[in-house]
Design a protein around this ligand. Structure first.
Ligand code: ASP
Length: 308
């Protein structure tokens, strides 16, 4: 079983069309790996790589730029059977941050490595030097950088988001479970456009952006500050551990976040029996998942309700 998302937010029709194609393709590739090798970690990594390589998403190639016009990417991966995890933050010069997160999980004694240290490690592991900044991300930056003067950047992010909702989308995430019930969660992002240098969101924080245990895996998206404050992914997995269905768990978690921190967010989850859950308080959260022998796509939680 696999579920992927392309970021909670307010998408334009044009971008959604492109995102849909890549989300479905990523699930197909993940399924192929699961069918051949039953390897949930490789499936999760490869699914996220497909999405990182698609510039329509705010992850890997096409990541948004910070206040100084630089890219700083974050990613993480976690497996539920032994609670091993790897995460990277503030990395600027590799193609697939999710692969470095996996290396940290599997080849080092650590869980989380940031910026310069992460870049040095990437070199040690022979990752090629790569510039993930696209023409479009530079354009977006220029356009918004001019506008930012009209806002108090330190306090009024929400005002800025209301005016330009289409720029706050595109983080990617996946949860995969194999035939042995091993659950793997992952996520990758460029963070929030015009973020302060050094800002780290929820995506690489184990418990906030992703979590996995023996019962459930979850991957979150939205304004990271709200997700960190509610420890959203661990929230969902712990509810599942105590017997709550994943769909009820994701809804409770998002309702709690909406009430307490009033910020946009969404989350996908999958339990070891392959039940899926997803919920969001934003206009859209494009998801693709495999169920009953078919790949499904939904743009909003309501769409799946309507078709089930
Ligand atoms: N959660 C990401 C962050 O705050 C952004 C997103 O999901 O759109 O860095």
């Amino acid at each position: 079983m696999i579920i992927v998302h392309g970021g909670a937010g307010d998408w334009t029709e044009e971008k959604l069309e492109i995102a849909k194609e890549h989300l479905i393709k990523s699930v197909e590739i993940g399924l192929e790996i699961l069918n051949k090798y039953d390897d949930a970690i490789s499936a999760c990594e490869e699914v996220i790589k497909v999405l990182e390589d698609a510039p329509v998403f705010n992850a890997g190639t096409g990541s948004v730029l910070n206040i100084f016009g630089e890219v700083e990417m974050d990613a993480s991966i976690m497996r539920g059977d032994n609670l091993k995890a790897g995460a990277v933050a503030g990395i600027r010069n590799i193609k697939n941050p999710i692969s470095l997160a996996r290396k940290i999980m599997e080849e080092t004694d650590h869980v989380f490595i940031i910026s310069e240290g992460a870049e040095k490690l990437a070199k040690t592991f022979n990752f090629e030097n790569y510039d993930p900044i696209t023409e479009e991300s530079r354009e977006k930056y220029k356009e918004l950088k001019e506008e930012i003067g009209k806002f108090d950047r330190f306090k009024k992010l929400s005002e800025f988001m209301q005016k330009y909702p289409q720029y706050f989308i595109g983080t990617v995430g996946a949860v995969v479970v194999n035939s042995k019930g091993i659950i793997v969660s992952g996520s990758s992002t460029g963070g929030i456009i015009l973020k302060l240098k050094g800002r780290v969101g929820d995506t690489p924080l184990i418990g906030a952006g992703i979590y996995a245990n023996e019962y459930c895996g979850a991957s979150a998206t939205g304004i990271g500050e709200g997700i960190i404050r509610t420890n959203l992914s661990a929230f969902v997995c712990n509810l599942a551990k105590f017997g709550i269905s994943v769909q009820n768990a994701v809804k409770s978690a998002i309702d709690y976040l909406t009430k307490k921190v009033e910020l946009p967010a969404g989350i996908i989850a999958l339990d070891r029996n392959g039940n899926i859950g997803f919920y969001h308080n934003t206009k859209h959260m494009p998801v693709a998942y495999y169920e009953n022998g078919k790949i499904h796509y939904a743009l909003k939680f309501q769409d799946i309700k309507a078709s089930s």
